[in-house]
Design a protein. Sequence first.
Length: 489
Amino acid sequence: MPELFVAGQWRSAAAGGTRDVVNPFDAQVFAVVDEAAAEDAEAAVLAARTAFDDGPWARTPVAERAALLDRVADLLQRDREEIARTETLDTGKTLAESRIDVDDVTAVFRYYAREGVVEVDRTVDVGRPEVHSRVVHHPVGVCTLIAPWNYPLLQISWKVAPALVAGNTVVLKPSEVTPLTTVHLVKLLEEAGAPPGVVNLVLGAGGAVGPALTSHPAVDLVSFTGGLATGRSIAKVAADTVKRVTVELGGKNPNIVFADVDLDVAVDTVLTGVFLHSGQVCSAGTRLIVEESIADDLVAGVVERARRIRFGNGLEEGVESGPLVSAQHREKVEGYVALGLEEGARLLTGGRRPDAPDLQRGFFLEPTVFDGCDRSMRIVQEETFGPILTVERFRTEEEAVFLGNDTTYGLAGAVQTLDVDRGERVAAALRHGTVWINDFGPYVPEAEWGGQRMSGNGRELGPAGLAEYRETKHVWRTTRPAAPGWFQG
Ligand code: NAD
């Protein structure tokens, strides 16, 4: 069955392009999908435009649009196991993680089914009884939704659920590396009753289909999640036609640990924060900033636990970590290992491919810990997007906060301390979109997610994640029309 979806029809790429989809665990091709070119992308944009301008969706009562989201949530749960397996094959992450992803995606659809019907229009008292002034909301129009490969289904769902409940039409563009669960999602949207043209799907390389999706005058909004360089270029391209643009970019996320913590809990929190999904998490806690008096003990604990992480095929029970997503990405991360050594950081563990015979074909890299790091190093400042932890030490709270804000990124950060006041002070001072106190990683659909500074602009999730997809309009009605009488001639 073809994998591009345009105007309610499944079709192949006009030029016949295809792409191999590779399992990162064994480097084997396990699926072949259609690969769009610019002409397919343009067709999808125009289908979304027609559906928005002429179709019923934007004018469908919001309760019906919300009901569609609820049906999708039911279908996601019906297909939970199949989707989770596909996500694991595509990304290499463990089945346990993929199942959580499907449940989180379900929760996002359910949340926006509820939040979408909450009344946000308001009246404004302008002090004149003959004037009825109100602020109303409309869908923005045609939305291009572009997602990365690390959380393929999750990231696209943060966009598609609010966009649809707000009455927009959409063109989805998953990463070419991990397209399969988005294809499944679009099938569920079709089954749930999305009218033709409301949801369109384009698979393909960003460089080939991206320009049509982000610069076309028929597109009103671009919501992008991915790397800084891509986000920057998309924002520039979209500026020519003054589109609404949201960019959710990378992070270099500090995990600040004070000496008063329970050491075992802190070790586990640091370990999970950085090595979950092999560090391929935008909010991964890759930058450990630890109070000097416990630093040696904490780091020794992290190193010891990191060496015990069980690698393997994400589909198998008991496996705790999969490979990196591709050979190319592993090479990039290995480049950062080499850079760390060059910069004089002390490699305490990892930095190499594991020896186990069953891991030789996959794109594995051992969890890596660099001690003796400082803020001048590129491995401390740049997003490595792999299993690399850098360690810096601090003496004072002031210094910890300074270091915690000391990159160009501002996605997420954490502070571990049993001193409640200090935890709150540090959380208030950190310039990141999410801050955890005594935790690392949790999020919920009800609370906004997004970056400050060069981690992006705009927000996903929560009410603000819906507001991105709503146009605001002020309607002023004079009930007793009278000549303004400004000019006397
Ligand atoms: P990427 O920027 O390489 O690609 C992201 C998406 O953009 C892909 O679908 C890609 O095909 C597409 N793309 C590439 N060039 C394009 C162009 N010129 N026009 C339009 N689309 C184009 O990122 P990636 O490697 O897939 O993902 C990793 C990055 O994503 C990391 O930096 C990570 O931090 C970030 N990320 C951020 C968040 C967040 O919430 N802030 C969440 C997940 C991932």
